[in-house]
Ligand binder design. Structure first.
Ligand SMILES: Cc1cc2nc3c(=O)[nH]c(=O)nc-3n(C[C@H](O)[C@H](O)[C@H](O)COP(=O)(O)OP(=O)(O)OC[C@H]3O[C@@H](n4cnc5c(N)ncnc54)[C@H](O)[C@@H]3O)c2cc1C
Length: 816
């Protein structure tokens, strides 16, 4: 169908005709959306897509991304059989390990692949050379091979997707530039192009590296920076009848190859990266005429890559170079895509593909189209959700520093417990200097400096996890764990995200958003989830009623934008006018005093009665502590008697020091977040983005107790009732007698030699003296006492499904 006049209205307008935009259009059409327009300011594929290298690899560290890339491969196979084939070639791929650590990583990945049914398997260096005869094996420790990976022509892929979309009714207009986007009542209402205005309900920003510019049209900051990415193509040198080569990645040497005609394409991730612009104030602005263009060759920065390529493939030193490409591509601060609905209703983004957008395009189009149609994600997309970015990414300088660090570590092994080093410190608690002076080792979460542990708390090194899982491990964590269980631990949790919800309809609003009854009277604290319409857990937090029309929500450090964004969305869509949602994270510090001696320590600083009857579990009071006005909430995330103390930031340091003094003779020590992790795993407390997320429901997660089905209505109620009746899987705890054989995530789980699931989270429990994993298993396999095997670095380790909780089953400690 050929249409030349841009319509004046459409339900959905997609901006951008690269692989991202065309794939979203294709999948929207597949879902039956008929009123969709795609606009590009130039030709289709004239952004980053046309100069892509076109490698398609499937297995990623993130299970969701792996499933998305698997969908891409299925789709590219299917498109290959159409009239507009994208030159999909299933040539397979090899990954080399040039260090022992990489080989360990590869063995872990082979384990994950089993849980997806992917055909990844270990091969010897010699087998790798048989498949790719030009490799020099010097330094190669081992390798893996996946036959179903491949390569595709990126421009043809976008054209094939566009053709499929057009066939189902999507209208595509090239040389149509979006100049402005209008909003009404917090939602998009129209886009203004150089060909006229289009009224619409939904706008999808598929602008690739141009996406930040488009975001600015509605005041939405999209943390993407165009980075220069380079590769070269050699002259043809292989015999024409030679078998087609698999793609080859040698991450330890930062390089990748694929066959191009009968030569090689070779690129890599330089350790001296370069953003396109050197002026960070304009770092994400693309010139108005930059389409179908490349950047000037930058051989100086490519030198190390070229040298590495010649060592691994000596032929590279002999053959001529036919083409050199320096193309810009949009990167994000953590090398994950930027997807989903933004803070403006109906304004979606699908951009920032970080040089794996060709591999991802099929999956990206699918999940974003589903998200648009359902109004919420249909898979756990937290790692790619634009709402993972907090306020610090408003700063271009901060964003650029993070993106630079991530680009340069693209091919590094990312060990558990690894911390980012750029752009730190950003947000600190009032006790930061005290922590530093007392040996704190900091981690960073959502730009907050948080104590991981105190290096002075030296413990037993024999418990270090096996393999490279132990690289960033510290024996201090056990000391802090045991102090909390046996006496008291003091935790600085000032970074917790906090919001005040107020207004005459605040109670009605929260009881609609939250699955539990959170309106139990002033001074009551309630643990709850907020559910989406499929009963997936959108948020997991506590709500304290602080006044007749006022509540305080406390959630995880990283979840402010996401969780408070969900509240804003429900308020907007369900017309809870007058309800105010105020982020008060930076107004209040939070210190947790946890452990059997916590009551005695706090009682020595207050006249208020802290005994069980006067101050029961899950209640909250304003009291005076060490002459400072605080809100004390009796609650725990570590499974001990304890209180969280909230006070104004200006009083934070004084209060902390008074708590330390008061606890000195009662065994209190300052502790960090790693101890919290170990303590909460033992007690079975769930973590959002750990064991629970938008695709897990409360019943399968063991959180049925935190719902109130008696309530007349709440968001997701019908779906959660159905989930209860149709439960097919269950979150289980698995323990391992060898505490240093530690599962970390995604490892395969086997019962009677059959793979039944993959690990969701794992760690060490120092009180029960076991390693712990949590996993969703089919309900029939989830019986306590069942023996399981979990594969760690290629070795099957024996564990057992254990009854939960693993510690203090009768809750005696927390209710004492
Ligand atoms: C050198 C290089 C090699 C790569 N190699 C690989 C690889 O091997 N494998 C892999 O998976 N990925 C690879 N990539 C990444 C991949 O090419 C990109 O992730 C992908 O092409 C991005 O697609 P996109 O649709 O998001 O953006 P783009 O292709 O940039 O499309 C965005 C479109 O938006 C349009 N637009 C912008 N502003 C407006 C406006 N105001 N109005 C209307 N239209 C607008 C632009 O004209 C453009 O066409 C590589 C990238 C580079 C640079």
């Amino acid at each position: 169908m050929s249409v030349s006049v841009v319509p004046t209205s459409a339900k959905i307008v997609i901006i951008g005709g690269g692989v991202g935009g065309t794939s979203v259009a294709y999948h929207l059409a597949e879902l039956g959306e008929k009123d969709v327009i795609l606009l590009d300011r130039n030709e289709l594929t004239s952004g980053s897509t046309f100069h892509s290298a076109g490698l398609v690899g499937q297995l990623r560290a993130d299970p969701t991304l792996t499933l998305m890339n698997m969908h891409s491969v299925d789709l590219y196979r299917k498109l290959q059989a159409t009239e507009t084939p994208p030159s999909w070639r299933e040539c397979g791929s090899i990954k080399l390990a040039s260090t022992p650590e990489r080989m360990q990583e590869i063995r872990r990945q082979i384990g994950w692949a089993k849980t997806f049914g992917l055909d990844l398997h270990e091969i010897s260096p010699q087998e790798a050379q048989n498949l790719f005869p030009y490799i020099d094996l010097e330094g190669v420790v081992g390798a893996c091979y996946m036959a179903s990976d491949g390569q595709v022509d990126p421009s043809q892929l976008a054209m094939a997707l566009a053709a499929g979309a057009r066939k189902s009714g999507v209208q595509i207009f090239t040389h149509t530039r979006v100049l402005e986007i209008k909003t009404r009542d917090g939602r998009v209402s129209s886009v203004i192009t150089d060909k006229g205005e289009i009224e619409c309900e939904i706008v999808v920003n598929c602008g690739g590296m141009y996406a930040p510019q488009i975001g600015r049209m509605v005041d939405v900051r999209i943390p993407i920076v165009p980075m220069s990415h380079q590769y070269l193509i050699t002259d043809n040198f292989m015999p024409l009848d030679a078998p087609f080569l698999p793609s080859l990645r040698d991450p330890d040497n930062l390089i990748y190859f694929r066959q191009e005609v009968s030569g090689l394409l070779m690129g890599g991730y330089e350790k001296n990266s370069k953003a396109w612009s050197a002026d960070y104030n304009n770092i994400d602005n693309i010139p108005a005429n930059f389409n179908s263009m490349l950047l000037p060759d930058d051989w100086d920065r490519f030198y190390d890559i070229a040298e590495a390529s010649q060592k691994r493939v000596p032929k590279m030193a002999e053959v001529g170079i036919k083409n050199f490409i320096n193309g810009p591509e949009g990167f994000t601060p953590d090398n994950e895509f930027c997807l989903g609905e933004t803070s403006v209703g109906g304004f979606y983004v699908a951009a920032g593909f970080c040089a794996h957008g060709i591999a991802g395009a099929g999956g990206i189009g699918k999940v974003v189209a589903e998200w648009i149609v359902a109004g919420e994600p249909t898979m756990d997309l937290w790692h790619m959700d634009i709402k993972r970015f907090g306020a610090s990414y408003e700063s271009p300088d901060f964003t650029l520093q993070r993106i630079t660090e991530n680009y340069e570590q693209y091919y590094d092994i990312h060990y558990p417990g690894e911390e980012r080093t750029s752009a730190r410190p950003k947000f600190v608690s009032p006790v930061y200097e005290w922590h530093k002076a007392h040996g704190a080792v900091f981690g960073e979460k959502a730009s907050w400096e948080r104590v991981n542990y105190y290096a002075n708390n030296k413990g037993n090194d024999a418990l270090r996890p096996k393999g490279w899982l132990g690289k960033h491990w510290s024996s201090a964590v056990q000391i802090e764990h045991h102090a909390t269980r046996s006496a008291a631990g003091l935790f600085d949790e000032s970074s917790f995200a906090k919001a005040r919800i107020s207004g005459v309809r605040a109670a009605e609003f929260l009881n609609y958003v939250c699955a539990n009854n959170v309106v139990k009277g002033v001074g009551k604290t309630v643990y709850t989830q907020a559910l989406n319409s499929k009963a997936g857990i959108e948020s997991d937090y506590t709500v304290t009623q602080t006044g007749a029309n006022e509540f305080m929500i406390v959630t995880g450090t990283a979840f402010a934008t996401h969780d408070f964004g969900w509240l804003e969305k429900i308020r907007r869509e369900c017309n809870f006018d007058g309800v105010e949602i105020t982020n008060i994270t930076k107004e209040l510090t939070c210190f947790a005093v946890m452990g059997p001696n916590s009551r005695a320590i706090l009682q020595s600083l207050t006249d208020s009665d802290l005994n069980h009857n006067a101050f029961p579990f899950m209640s909250s009071q304003e009291i005076t502590l060490a002459d400072i006005k605080v809100r004390a909430t009796r609650i725990t995330y570590v499974g001990e008697l304890g209180w969280e103390i909230y006070t104004e930031v200006t009083d934070g340091l004084v209060l902390w020091e008074k708590l330390i003094d008061a606890g000195r003779d009662l065994g209190l020590i300052p502790c960090g977040y790693r101890a919290i992790e170990s303590l909460r795993l033992e007690k079975g407390y769930r973590a959002w983005a750990g064991e629970i997320n938008t695709e897990t429901n409360p019943f399968e997660a063991g959180l049925g107790f935190a719902l109130s089905l008696k309530k007349e209505n709440f968001h997701g109620k019908a779906a959660v009732i159905s989930a209860k009746e149709n439960q097919s899987r269950k979150l289980v705890a698995i323990t391992f007698d060898d505490i240093s054989s530690v599962p970390f995530g995604s490892e395969p789980i086997r019962i009677d030699n059959k793979i039944v699931g993959r690990v969701k989270s794992g760690g060490q429990g120092y009180t029960i003296n076991k390693a712990i994993a949590y996993a969703y298993l089919p309900i029939e396999d989830s019986v306590p006492g069942t023996a399981v095997d979990v594969e760690l670095f290629g070795v099957w380790c024996k564990g057992v499904i254990a009854a939960e909780p693993l510690f203090d089953a009768t809750n005696l400690k927390i209710r004492s």
